[in-house]
Write a protein that binds this ligand. Structure first.
Ligand code: ATP
Length: 238
């Protein structure tokens, strides 16, 4: 379980990157962290990972600060956490030393699935290949908490589809997944819950089944919350 209480983080200039009263994310949920550009999604994932100090409040993972729970955490980001001079195989060895539950079989299967050359040099990989490697690693650490920042960025449509199917089928059920994305149509069927941020604050927090029962889609709720006007571009260019 992830618990957050009175978490704030301000950036230079004084504006809030995060301003949360409280939130609990129970074990086993797949949660979409959604919102417009600059709404605080990455800041939130980093705060949960303990990257960049928060000013106030506390975040606990299974009752403890993240600094005592790193073995349970995987953070999949565009920047990548791999070491570019290694090969994926060597990177696997590095991860296996750090993560006691590292699953070699799963890692190799994922590399094969994504067509990643185990003995190629990571620094020579394309952006898309590096980001696939990041997913292979993140899903093989045996982490209980998998945080993904824009996992679909730079991936073609078929890779995105495959990745989603693979993500859902490879979960054991006790993993908690938080992912940020702008590709909400594709993710809607995979999420249990969505948290929509605006200016660092939670504007909505709901279960997908509940909006479905009301006949609404995630895109409908997002548009409502952000006050999106479909025809606003006309005011600028007409
Ligand atoms: N290192 C930083 N220094 C100053 N301001 C920052 C820094 N990082 C983020 N911010 C600001 O904090 C706010 C939240 O940024 P964040 O990157 O968390 O947004 P996001 O929702 O992930 O955006 P995007 O969808 O564009 O990736 C933005 O207004 C951003 O400009």
């Amino acid at each position: 379980m992830i618990e957050m209480k009175f978490v704030t983080k301000r950036y230079a200039g004084g504006h809030y990157g995060l301003y949360w009263e409280s939130a609990t994310i129970p074990t086993g949920e797949i949660v979409g962290i959604l919102g417009e550009n600059g709404s605080g999604k990455t800041t939130l994932l980093k705060a949960i990972m303990g990257i960049g100090d928060i000013e106030n409040g506390e975040i606990r993972i299974d009752g403890l600060p993240v600094t005592q729970q790193y073995e349970k955490m995987a953070f999949i980001t565009e920047e990548g956490s791999f070491l570019p001079d290694l090969t994926p195989y060597e990177y696997g060895q590095f991860l296996a030393d750090f993560f006691p539950r590292f699953d070699w079989e799963r890692y190799n299967k994922l590399l094969k699935f994504f067509n990643i050359e185990s003995h190629g040099q990571i620094k020579k990989f394309s952006k898309g290949q590096k980001s696939k490697l990041e997913i292979c690693a993140g899903f093989s650490k045996g982490a209980k908490y998998i945080l993904m920042d824009e996992p679909f960025l730079g991936k073609d449509m078929f890779t995105r589809r495959d990745f989603l199917k693979l993500m859902v089928s490879s979960l054991k059920g006790d993993e908690t997944i938080l992912l940020t994305t702008h590709i909400i149509d594709e993710i809607e069927n995979v999420l249990d819950r969505a948290i929509i941020l605006r200016y660092g604050r939670v504007k909505a927090d709901f279960y997908i089944d509940d909006i479905r029962e009301e006949g609404r889609t995630l895109a409908d709720v997002m548009a409502e919350i952000t006050g999106y006007e479909e025809n606003q571009y006309k005011e600028i260019f007409d």
